[in-house]
Design a protein around this ligand. Structure first.
Ligand SMILES: Cc1cc2nc3c(=O)[nH]c(=O)nc-3n(C[C@H](O)[C@H](O)[C@H](O)COP(=O)(O)OP(=O)(O)OC[C@H]3O[C@@H](n4cnc5c(N)ncnc54)[C@H](O)[C@@H]3O)c2cc1C
Length: 354
């Protein structure tokens, strides 16, 4: 079949790759550069998403843990396994220790043979030795668990190379103006006709449907996530629980320095995502709550932000599902949501629908 894929983020690239592998003739359309948007603004984690267990998303977590393993095996030069510390303090309200232990046990069990290592409990002194900057007062100890880290942009471009090698024709700097349920796609005012068109434009999937006068069943809620960058590396990779809202914030080594993030703020898809001063202060506050020496705005070497494409299921953004939905309208297939780690699983589902 002749198939067009709209959107050159990780989900579009993996859809194109999977379809070409199954023998279809695939054109991939990207309005800018491949991996130029959300997929290069992630927290760089190949993960099952430990916190999604709180919302009972076992299927998603299990699938993501299998996929995590695949990426780590397939591209070892762009990925690695990380031991992440989760410090526990006395009186810390968000989640009791038993709940964290149970969550980590589930996480290890759901990974099955693809587990990167069993989680462990470290005493306070062992935690301080592993992460010397942690504040000692009230520290009970820390859980240590494992997840994957990637260079998201480079790994996505690697996947695009595999897609090209499988026969995908990539068209960058080529915005798709509208699509139809009959397999048409318009570029520079001209129609091109396909057996199937896949709209996998991430946060902009709904915008393309609107421009095409189509009413999809699902909507996207765009939720901005911002990260701060620092030149000095962290004492250890860590997951911190925000003392006020219980959200988790990651402190990760990144390109010789440190990455701190992320936030969740609803915003319009029409504006470029930028880290605000409020988000900066929120992230600095959670870091300074647990770690010394304290960091201030003057220590920040950069920041970046992206828009999560979350299928709108009526929940608050922190609780909104990280699952994806796929809808077929005759020859047009729309993809709503989808994490970085699960892009290949999403692509298999789309290919089966094609
Ligand atoms: C702050 C943050 C942290 C995250 N951290 C993680 C993480 O650590 N691990 C994880 O697994 N997931 C993470 N995610 C989720 C993950 O990054 C995204 O869900 C995923 O990258 C979405 O990929 P996508 O291909 O659907 O969208 P995008 O990467 O946004 O790609 C969509 C593409 O479509 C193009 N496009 C749009 N309209 C058109 C058009 N009309 N014509 C042609 N092209 C068009 C855009 O230019 C864009 O390149 C994070 C997300 C955010 C925002």
């Amino acid at each position: 079949m002749k198939v067009a894929v709209v959107g050159g983020g990780i989900n579009g690239i993996c859809c194109a790759w999977e379809l070409a592998d199954r023998g279809h003739a695939v054109d991939l359309y990207e309005r800018g550069e491949l991996m130029g948007e959300t997929s290069a603004a992630s927290s760089k984690l190949l993960h099952g998403g430990l916190r999604y267990l709180e919302y009972g998303e076992f299927r998603l977590v299990r699938e993501a843990l299998q996929e995590r393993h695949w990426w780590l095996q397939a591209a070892p030069e762009l990925t690695r396994s990380l031991r992440i510390l989760l410090p526990v303090y006395a009186g810390q309200g968000a989640r009791p220790r038993w709940q964290l232990r149970l969550g980590l046990l589930f996480y290890d069990l759901l990974a099955g043979r693809r587990r990167l290592g069993w989680h462990r409990w470290l005493s306070a002194s062992a935690a301080l030795e592993a992460a010397p900057g942690l504040k000692a007062e009230g520290l009970r100890g820390a859980f240590a668990y494992y997840d994957g880290q990637m260079d998201d942009r480079a790994l996505g471009l690697w996947a695009a190379e595999q897609a090209r090698a499988a026969g995908v024709m990539v068209h960058e700097q080529t915005p798709v103006e509208r699509v139809s349920t009959g397999g048409e796609l318009y570029v520079a005012g001209e129609a091109r006709v396909y057996d199937r068109v896949i709209n996998v434009a991430g946060p902009w999937v709904g915008a393309l449907m609107d421009a095409s006068d189509l009413q999809p069943r699902y909507r996207i809620r765009a939720v901005r996530g911002s990260h701060l960058l620092f030149e000095q590396p962290p004492a250890a990779p860590m997951m911190l629980q925000h003392p006020d809202d219980g959200r988790v914030v990651f402190v990760l080594p990144w390109q010789g320095g440190m990455l701190l993030g992320t936030t969740e703020v609803a915003q319009s898809i029409d504006e470029p995502p930028v880290c605000t001063d409020e988000e900066r202060d929120y992230l600095l506050a959670v870091y300074n709550r647990y770690l010394t020496p304290a960091l201030g705005p003057e220590d920040i070497s950069g920041s970046f932000a992206g828009l999560r494409p979350l299928p709108d299921d009526g929940h608050a953004s922190t609780r909104a599902s990280r699952e994806y939905e796929v809808e077929r309208l005759d020859r047009l297939i729309g993809v709503y949501g989808g994490k970085w780690t699960t892009a290949r699983a999403l692509a298999r589902r789309v290919a089966e629908m094609v």
